[in-house]
Design a binder for this molecule. Sequence first.
Ligand code: C5P
Length: 236
Amino acid sequence: MEKLEQLYEGKAKKVFKTDEPELYIVDYKDDATALNGLKKGTIHNKGIINNRVTNHLMKLLEADGVPTHFVEELSDRETLVKKVTIIPLEVIVRNIAAGSLSKRLGLPEGAKLQSTVLEFCYKDDALGDPMVNEYHIAALGVATKEELGKIAEYSFHVNRFLTDYLKDVGIELIDFKLEFGKTTDGTIVLADEISPDTCRFWDSKTHEKLDKDRFRRDMGGEEDAYKEIMKRLLGE
Ligand code: C5P
């Protein structure tokens, strides 16, 4: 497999073409951003941890029936994935109130929600990723009703699976963000990453934050938190 030219550089990852037209290589960086790019920094070895944690979870999800873009881990920071067109939606699933939901609805962080919340944000940096509903999504032509139905079904499936899986290693899954893509044949697959950058993970007993909120909120200890997640999920 030959790594060819870079197609795209995002905030946390780069994507490269390969000599196989239907396969891309994702390369994870240590760069960290928050507040829609206003806060910038690095978290030592974050790229390695996010690559390995994402692949570990994607493999488990694929085996449990959620189609993903994952093909093969190539190195500590590089993964071979299916070529997809990313659907420009951030799909957020919430079990416990935190972050922007707490602010918007005046709920204390840590409050149990009476049912799971599913939110969609339109991926557009210039607009600040505004929240949209199914009518906006149809009006913008971002996804069809059927595609959005699949996305919602997979997102709830991921939530059920990860909540149970993480409970066994002492982690409470507060909320997380997913992205989906469409392969050349039109199949919807889970894409992007599932990592401490994109999930809120709290220690089940102490409620200590083991995720990117430590960076976003200048709490410190983000490197140790990411390492702790890697240790609990991969035993190293
Ligand atoms: O900030 P907010 O409370 O809306 O975040 C909800 C969840 O989505 C959090 O787990 C956060 O890590 C994730 N998220 C993300 N990328 C964004 C916005 C939110 O991974 N651009």
